[in-house]
Design a protein. Structure first.
Length: 87
């Protein structure tokens, strides 16, 4: 019985979803972000009103205004006026 409970706990831990950061573009224009995660660099274009989930294991994001923020996952970020606010 103990072994079965332990296997269920391990299974639940392994299958738990990673927490990703959520970024929403509240501007009227498309915003292009530069995301660096695990040594990989990618540009993410966010249309007006769009929300994107990124950085499940942490990353750095360069915003359109040049600011660079570190995300660990789970944050909610809003872009307005090219600047970010983290909630």
């Amino acid at each position: 019985m103990k072994r079965m409970i332990m296997m269920l706990l391990v299974s639940a831990t392994v299958s738990a979803p990673a927490m990703a950061a959520s970024i929403t573009n509240k501007d009227a224009d498309t915003q292009v972000l530069v995301v660096v995660e695990g040594g990989s660099r990618v540009e993410v274009a966010l249309e007006p009103g769009a929300t994107e989930s990124i950085c499940p294991s942490g990353c750095f994001v360069t915003l359109p205004n040049g600011d660079r923020i570190a995300l660990s996952g789970g944050e909610e970020v809003e872009i307005e006026g090219g600047a970010a606010s983290i909630k």
